[in-house]
Write a protein that binds this ligand. Sequence first.
Ligand code: SF4
Length: 235
Amino acid sequence: MSTPKPAPLLTILQQVQQGIVRCTRCTRLREYGENIGRVKRRMYRDQEYWARPVPGFGDPNARIHVLGLAPGAHGANRTGRPFTGDASGDFMYDVLHELGLATKPKAVSRDDGLKLRKLWISSVVRCAPPGDKPTPQEVRNCAPHLTAEIAELKKVRVVVCLGKIAWDGFLAHLLAQGVIERRSAYTFSHGAEYMLPNGLHLLGCYHPSLRNTNTGRLNRPMFAKVFVRALELSA
Ligand code: SF4
């Protein structure tokens, strides 16, 4: 009788992802996400919601790290993968695909076969917050997950922050790590670009939320331009 093969050892990045999925640090957010998963949106009533914290996703050898705000209540909180299954993702993945950073133009579910090339996507808060507004304490609670994830993304050269909350969350990480001395030296705007003391490039981009894309505050050329620049800087 042959001996069964041992289960493959998880990489540290995979262990970080598992730790995120099991996290219960924010009672309000966990209750909210689970409740959304029970009640569901009508059009998704036949689906089983993920309704847990959403780990990062992409290429472990990524050179570009895209940092968003938090999972959408009926997007990533439903599918379990960042920006998958909602309008923000529809807008974003189409551009990423055109630039060769994603293998498909649309992200539908965790098992849709979409892969990212040289890109990692995550968020500063891993659970869907009511009204897309996490409290400052919830952002702080989630910061250790970001720090642990960044420590394992060793080839990243460029960080693209989607929106001010992601920007501030990343700056808080840099401050805590002693990379920067003060946040005020780094102002968020769409197209903002900074070279950080640790050699990383930081780019600002409006979040591709419906609020921004429907009002024309963010359009496809504006969004694509940031990622073209990220590709140049990461080369
Ligand atoms: S938001 Fe982050 S810290 Fe809070 S429960 Fe979710 S994964 Fe944990």
